[in-house]
Write a protein that binds this ligand. Structure first.
Ligand code: ATP
Ligand code: RIB
Length: 305
């Protein structure tokens, strides 16, 4: 698949900016337990920011709509986005809240558990979206997650729909009552798919039932990401399992974000949904071989199918 295009596709990402506090340990603690971990890392993160950077590195012209606090973490993040060639015109500042923070534990298999303190992301508002309406009108694709208020995301989808734009929703973190109107493709992981469908996703058969159930709520396209197994796709009335690349896993943090960013870029370049999933699988497989969220995101030239 040729993914080179003369005009860069325009992707608007609406979402969170976090700073990730990461410790790697042999295993994740059970409730009430303390485990001794290894080195502590402080990395830039946030599902919104990770997806914006992924889309930029993978070839899109990206506008990131987000909110930071008036603090060092927020200012550092802003500098990073500028260095990633992201349009930061619509990154707003909340004078009263701290920037978002995520506490992340990673085990020896590269699996993680995350708690997010959203801080300023919680105050990204409908008024903020109104200020960026022109950018939404100019975009090819709108990509969002749910680390910002659901009303804001829902409103942004309505605006996007007014201009006939494709909206990609990554309903993360887990949320059972994600709004499903004005969405072109929903991109849940296994857990989010279970929350949305009530079906435990364990194999291809259950992934099929979950994708169908979510689709029956009124969404044409459903892509359930299945970690090292790849992704299960419902495209209108066609269903397919698209396997992941086999790689050595170091840290899966942000794999879903790379997948969403890559998927959006590829789809906005007018590739098919299946091609976009293949490209996203390839990009996310690179990310899991590296530590961190944003530090692991590949550039377009690295991704081979
Ligand atoms: P995370 O929360 O860890 O960022 P997620 O739970 O949102 O990820 P996953 O379904 O775990 O999303 O992974 C997203 C995509 O990343 C998968 O569909 C696959 O393409 C790729 N991926 C994840 N883990 C692996 C792995 N171990 N090997 C190869 N590819 C992987
Ligand atoms: O998807 C990974 C991201 O989730 C981390 O960077 C963390 O900030 C949380 O938002």
């Amino acid at each position: 698949m040729e993914t080179v295009s003369i005009h860069k596709p325009k992707v608007v990402v609406i979402g969170s900016c976090n700073t990730d506090m990461v410790v790697k340990a042999n295993r994740l603690p059970v409730p009430g337990e303390t485990v001794l971990g290894g080195t502590f890392y402080m990395n830039p993160g946030g599902k919104g920011a990770n997806q914006a950077i992924a889309a930029s590195r993978l070839g899109a012209e990206v506008t990131f709509i987000s909110k930071i606090g008036y603090d060092l973490f927020g200012l550092q993040a802003l500098e990073i986005y500028k260095s990633e060639k992201i349009n930061t015109e619509f990154i707003f500042t909340d004078q009263k809240s701290p920037s978002g923070v995520a506490l992340i534990s990673v085990d020896s298999f590269g699996e993680n558990s995350i708690i997010v303190a959203p801080g300023a992301s919680r105050s990204l508002s409908i008024e903020d979206i109104n200020k960026a309406e022109e950018k939404i009108r100019e975009a090819d694709i709108i990509l969002m997650q749910l680390e910002v208020p659901i009303e804001t995301a829902e409103y942004a989808a309505t605006i996007a729909n007014k201009y006939n734009k494709k909206v990609i929703l990554n309903p993360a973190p887990t949320l059972s009552n994600a709004f499903l109107r004005n969405i072109h493709t929903i991109l849940p992981n296994r857990i989010e798919a279970e929350m949305l469908s009530g079906i435990k996703v364990m194999d291809i058969e259950s992934a099929h039932r979950a994708a169908k159930t979510i689709g029956d709520k009124g969404i044409e396209n459903v892509v359930i990401t299945l970690g090292k197994d790849g992704a299960y796709v419902k495209e209108k009335d066609k269903y397919a399992m698209i396997p992941a690349k086999q790689v050595e896993t170091i840290d899966t943090t942000g794999a879903g974000d790379v997948f969403c960013g890559a998927f959006s870029v590829c789809l906005s370049e007018k590739h098919s949904l299946t091609e976009a999933v293949e490209f996203a699988n390839a990009a996310a497989a690179i990310a899991v071989t590296r530590i961190g969220a944003q530090s692991a995101i590949p550039y377009k030239m690295e991704v081979t199918l």
